[in-house]
Every structure is written in structure tokens, then in C-alpha cells.
Design a protein around this ligand. Structure first.
Ligand SMILES: [Zn+2]
Length: 279
């Protein structure tokens, strides 16, 4: 727990969202870490980034509560199990536990089985009905990515892409693309390690219309929850971003921040994405 206390809880939760319960175990090439640094005069973006991470977690919950999708993946620390379950019950929702995972330092691409006595969190499904919770658990048990994606409200094209790409590259950011990449702000997943993303779906393309619609629905929820932070999120995802991946470290830089984290290691040649927004 000590190491992860340096991270906001929401960063751990948001990060872990990319890892399905049956994620392939791959040893990290680089010790997991996340670093975010503001550029001089842009220090307020550290606070804003944290607020975006909190807002994403709230949107995860609200999109199920509002019936915009059948299920969300949520993570509950046993220390707050009682308050979380009371909230879930009062919202007429259901939590179905899937597995226990140890905490991570940095961004999670996989779950880690806790050792006896090691701190852990519950990974599970938040649904409106018990039936959907059981469907989610069964889909996890049989490694059915398409069924899981459907319950999470993800487009089938994006789930297919994740299923195909994750075993090859556990950080599957449009793995066939590099150089200038144009896309919609709702589809921008280049800053997701640091809490800034419009939805939790790893999408198939920066121009995928189906996932853009998902992002728009999430954004309308975010606008109601915290309008100022939602606007900051739209701005940061619309601005140019340089995503530079080499030797297991990805540096993500925009006008306000320089952020570093561990990633799938490109050994012989770096892969660089220069994000430009299209509307
Ligand atoms: Zn798609």
C-alpha cells in the first residue's frame, strides 16, 4: 500500500480498467511507474489532471446508474467496502466481485495476485441487475472479450481490436499507426495513463465513429457532474500531443505537461504519434 499511496486512488482504479480479469501475465520490461510534470507556468494542470481522473471514475459509475450501459468495472478497497456497498445499494445497483488484485505502482496492464497479508482491492462488475452481474462474471470466466465489451457498452469494432491486439502489445494504442495521427478528442487515449480520457474503451481507431458516440455520452454525464473539469478534459484531449514510445517508456507531452510511464517495449525503433484533433 505504501507505494500506491503516492498515487490518487482514482489513478489506480482508472489505470486498472484496461486490464481484463484474464489479462495475459507479462513481466514488466521497466519497473512500473507514472510521473507527471507540469511545464513552467502550467502547474495548475497537475490539479486539473487529478480532477479529470476523479471525474472519469464518477462517470464510470453514473453511466451504469443512468442506464447508458449495462456494466462498469469498478475497484473497491476493503477499507471502504462498507461505505461503497451502502452507496451501491442505495442507488439500486449490484456489485459482483470477480477477483482480488494487489495494488500497483504506476499504470496497470495486468492484475497481480496478492500474497498473503498483502494489501489488495476487489475488481468486480457494477450493474443494474444481478443477472447482468452474473453474465459479466461468466464472460470473464470464459475469457469472452466480446461479451464483456458488449456489457461495458463498448463498440464491437473496438472490442475486436482489443482482443486481437492485447496479446501482441499490452499497451495497444493504435498499434499500426505512427507519425501524424488525426482523430476526435473523444477517441484520444494518449493521456489515459494519467487519468485524462473520455471513456474507458481502448478504441480501434482515432476516427472510430462508434466509440466517439460513446465518448459523447460520457462527456454529457461529465458536464453535469463537474462542468469546469469536463471542459478542461475536452481541451487537453483536443490539443496537440506527442506520444513517444521507446525502450519500455512512453513520454507523453502537450502544451501543459510532460508525462512518463512504462509501456510495451519497442527495442529497435521508437514509435511516435503526433496527435492532431479533427472535428
Ligand atoms: Zn471502433
Amino acid at each position: 500500500m505504501a507505494d500506491t499511496q503516492t498515487l490518487p486512488d482514482t489513478a489506480v482504479a482508472a489505470a486498472a480498467s484496461d486490464a481484463p480479469a484474464n489479462a495475459v501475465r507479462t513481466e514488466s520490461f521497466v519497473t512500473p511507474f507514472v510521473r507527471t510534470m507540469p511545464k513552467q507556468g502550467h502547474e495548475e494542470w497537475m490539479i486539473k489532471l487529478h480532477k479529470m481522473s476523479v471525474l472519469l471514475n464518477r462517470a464510470e459509475y453514473e453511466t451504469v446508474k443512468l442506464g447508458l450501459r449495462k456494466a462498469a468495472v469498478i475497484h473497491i478497497d476493503p477499507q471502504e467496502f462498507d461505505t461503497k456497498l451502502l452507496q451501491i445499494n442505495s442507488d439500486n445497483l449490484v456489485f459482483t466481485p470477480i477477483l482480488k488484485s494487489a495494488y500497483y505502482v504506476g499504470y496497470a496492464h495486468q492484475h497481480k495476485t496478492p500474497q498473503p497479508g498483502e494489501p489488495f482491492y476487489w475488481y468486480g462488475a457494477l450493474t443494474k441487475t444481478r443477472e447482468d452481474g452474473l453474465l459479466f462474471k461468466e464472460a470473464e470466466d470464459r475469457h469472452d472479450h466480446l461479451a464483456i465489451g458488449e456489457l461495458l457498452g463498448y463498440p464491437a469494432c473496438c472490442t475486436e481490436y482489443f482482443k486481437k491486439s492485447f496479446p501482441i502489445n499490452y499497451d495497444p494504442v493504435w498499434i499500426d499507426r505512427e507519425g501524424v495521427v488525426k482523430g476526435y478528442p473523444e477517441n484520444n487515449i494518449l493521456l489515459r495513463y494519467f487519468g485524462a480520457r473520455m471513456s474507458t474503451c481502448i478504441n480501434c481507431s482515432p476516427a472510430c465513429q462508434a466509440v466517439r458516440e460513446v465518448g459523447k455520452r460520457w462527456f454529457s454525464v461529465m458536464k453535469k457532474l463537474d462542468p469546469a473539469t469536463a471542459d478542461d478534459l475536452m481541451q487537453i484531449l483536443s490539443n496537440p500531443v506527442k506520444w513517444d514510445s521507446y525502450h519500455g517508456v512512453v513520454q507523453v507531452e502537450n502544451a501543459h505537461l510532460v508525462c512518463l510511464t512504462h509501456t510495451f517495449p519497442y527495442i529497435e525503433k521508437r514509435r511516435v504519434i503526433l496527435w492532431q484533433c479533427q472535428n
